[in-house]
Ligand binder design. Structure first.
Ligand code: HEC
Ligand code: HEC
Ligand code: HEC
Length: 201
């Protein structure tokens, strides 16, 4: 009876150990890829798949295979280090792409506003510079104002948490514009802290 009990509890223990290992390894694989929901953060090999395999387009639909595959379309564009690996701002500025500003009017030109908004960041990260120019080259004011941002410096509360949840800058960044990864922090956090300048005085 005693040995049976020992056998039984030994069995229970190994089940517990197995379960723990399973949960831990599940958590580890999850931690390795916390953004599985975000298609721009897929591993490089899985990125820019042809439309029939991208999980977005219906592989059964007739039109799907008529689309130019991303890898072919992106081949001559300026490269970046994250997202779909295209630097869209540079590609536009170097004339490698000519997107229509207005779907119906091929001659419509954007109203580009060159106004940077600096958002001071508490802590050690460099301050954020939000550039209107690079956005208004493609987007209309109404894409952001007033639904996403009240057009007044400092009037909006923005945090990394809200961005990662797909709000504020995250309405686009991580979905249709470059995502938040360790390789992109400095694209937004581009202004060294002004404290150093103040200390010199
Ligand atoms: C991609 C989003 C986006 C687009 C598009 C955009 N803005 Fe903004 N705008 C912002 C953000 C972010 C701020 C800063 C808000 C803050 O600091 O709380 C801002 C601030 C402003 C401000 C306040 C400036 C100040 O000093 O108080 C004005 C005015 C403004 N935008 C006008 C425009 C106009 C006009 C357009 C179109 C030509 C435009 N914006 C397009 C995101 C955008
Ligand atoms: C309405 C969509 C939208 C919103 C909201 C938005 N962006 Fe962007 N952003 C874009 C697009 C589109 C580009 C150009 C494509 C790219 O670089 O991936 C861009 C590019 C940029 C760039 C790159 C400029 C360069 O020179 O390469 C910076 C920096 C940037 N955004 C910062 C921000 C910050 C900070 C916020 C929030 C305050 C924000 N964006 C909100 C759409 C948006
Ligand atoms: C798309 C632009 C963008 C990118 C990319 C980005 N940030 Fe931010 N970050 C912001 C904005 C906007 C704020 C809010 C600034 C403010 O307080 O107004 C912010 C705030 C922060 C803060 C202050 C605390 C908080 O949560 O508000 C930290 C820390 C931070 N970012 C770290 C990072 C790190 C680390 C990365 C790279 C993994 C990163 N950020 C990438 C735009 C960005």
């Amino acid at each position: 009876m005693k040995s049976l009990h020992r056998k039984y509890s030994g069995h229970k223990l190994s089940v517990v150990i197995l379960a723990t290992i399973l949960i831990l390894s599940m958590q580890m694989s999850y931690a390795g890829d916390p953004n599985t929901f975000n298609r721009l953060l897929k591993k490089k090999a899985e990125i820019n798949l042809p439309q029939s395999r991208d999980g977005i387009h219906d592989p059964e639909a007739e039109g799907t295979n008529a689309l130019q595959p991303p890898k072919e379309a992106f081949a001559n564009l300026v490269k970046s280090k994250a997202g779909n690996y295209v630097d869209w701002v540079k590609s536009l500025r170097e004339g490698k792409i000519h997107p229509r500003y207005d779907r119906l009017d091929p001659k419509a030109k954007p109203i580009i506003m060159d106004l940077n908004i600096v958002r001071e960041v508490k802590g050690s990260m460099p301050d954020v510079v939000y550039p209107h120019a690079q956005h208004t080259e493609w987007l209309d004011c109404s894409n952001c104002h007033p639904a996403i941002f009240i057009p007044q410096k400092g009037a909006n509360q923005i945090s990394m948490a809200s961005i990662l949840l797909g709000q504020k800058c995250g309405v686009c960044h991580g979905k249709v514009a470059f995502p938040i990864t360790a390789k992109t922090c400095r694209i937004c956090h581009s202004k060294p802290k002004s404290r150093k300048v103040k200390n010199k005085k």
